[in-house]
Design a protein around this ligand. Structure first.
Ligand code: ADE
Ligand code: ZN
Length: 332
């Protein structure tokens, strides 16, 4: 019997700011003498009723506003790594959103130093390898380009650039100039597309931004020609089932296309997105999707295998993780 919790896996779609648990939001707010507009943790958690991506992002930015100094970013990242370890994560590719910090006057260096030192300690203490992916927000192309330039001194710590935040009316092609530059300077690229936005945005992410992976991409299933291309080109999709239910991308987990995507031969992975806000980390996503969609043990193993295959780790490390996965399957 495959155990979704201990199954070795990589997480490829998690926003570090989205791992912020209400208890930690309150304790960091107190440390920084910031008064939150909620009396306690229970009331804050009770506000986590989202109608769509935009309604979520409002609450998410409010949580982020308490992060001020390097220690805050260190504590946030360390808390995620502890949780990830308990959910079978061996390797994590983590988004961070510098504009939500620099836009409040926090230096880029403060943000990346805190996250980075936690990731180094996470590797030493928990054995979790990781990469950082810097996401741009919808604000403006000029702001994205300025952020890109402020990241260049830290290029050795950032493997890829991505696109996140509000998707509707924010087509990926807007960011062509920034992504062209990033690829020319050696960054890989990914983009959120086909979450709330139409399949056309997935085409744009592939053809204009030339991404290595699509984040979400569930709406690709509306376009059979696109599905065929994603299958033929083995384009990985970092799907987040519980996020999709909490943000009403799908009406329920039983209606989620994850199983159909696997059956269509797509390189699907299963991820948590913003687990501090959606109440489910990566293995919870595996387990709950398995229960709702009657996923088999083979399906769960395929998701875990895809997570390593679709990751940006070097070949030797990836082969080691795949061997670990095979051993776990044999002894199950
Ligand atoms: N930022 C954090 N979570 C996100 C999501 N699910 N979609 C777009 N941007 C995000
Ligand atoms: Zn996301």
């Amino acid at each position: 019997m495959i155990d979704a919790i201990t199954l070795p896996k990589a997480e490829l779609h998690v926003h570090i700011e989205g791992t912020f648990e209400p208890e930690l939001i309150f304790s960091i707010a107190e440390r920084n003498r910031i008064k939150l507009p909620f009396p306690d943790v229970a009331e804050l958690r009770a506000a986590y009723k989202f109608t769509d991506l935009e309604s979520f992002l409002k609450v998410y930015y409010q949580g982020i506003s308490v992060l001020r100094v390097e220690q805050d970013y260190y504590d946030l990242t360390t808390a995620y790594l502890h949780k990830a370890k308990s959910q079978g994560v061996r390797h994590a590719e983590i988004f961070f959103d510098p504009q939500t910090h620099t836009g409040r006057g926090i230096p880029f260096q403060t943000v990346i130093d805190g996250i980075w030192s936690a990731l180094q300690d996470g590797k030493r203490n928990a054995g979790i390898t990781s990469h950082l992916i810097m996401c741009f927000r919808e604000v403006s192309v000029e702001a994205a380009m300025a952020t890109y330039e402020s990241a260049l001194p830290f290029q050795d710590r950032i493997i890829a650039v991505g696109l996140a935040s509000a998707e509707v009316d924010n087509p990926p092609s807007r960011f062509q100039s920034v992504f062209d530059r990033a690829r020319a300077q050696g960054f890989l690229t990914v983009a959120h597309a086909g979450q709330e936005g139409p399949p056309e945005y997935v085409w744009e992410a592939l053809d204009v931004l030339k991404v290595s992976r699509i984040d979400h991409g569930v709406r690709s299933m509306e376009d059979p020609v696109l599905v065929d291309r994603l299958r033929r080109e083995h384009v990985p999709l970092t799907v987040c089932p519980i996020s999709n239910t909490r943000l009403h991308v799908v009406p329920s987990l039983t209606a989620h296309p994850l199983k159909r995507m696997l059956e269509a031969g797509l390189t699907v992975t299963c991820n948590s997105d913003d687990p501090g806000y959606f109440g489910a980390y990566i293995a919870d996503n595996y387990q709950q999707a398995a229960a709702a969609l009657a996923l088999t043990g083979d399906d769960l193993v395929a998701l875990a295998r895809n997570s390593f295959v679709a990751s940006f780790i070097d070949e030797a490390t990836r082969d080691g993780y795949l061997a670990e996965l095979d051993a776990a399957v044999r002894s199950s």
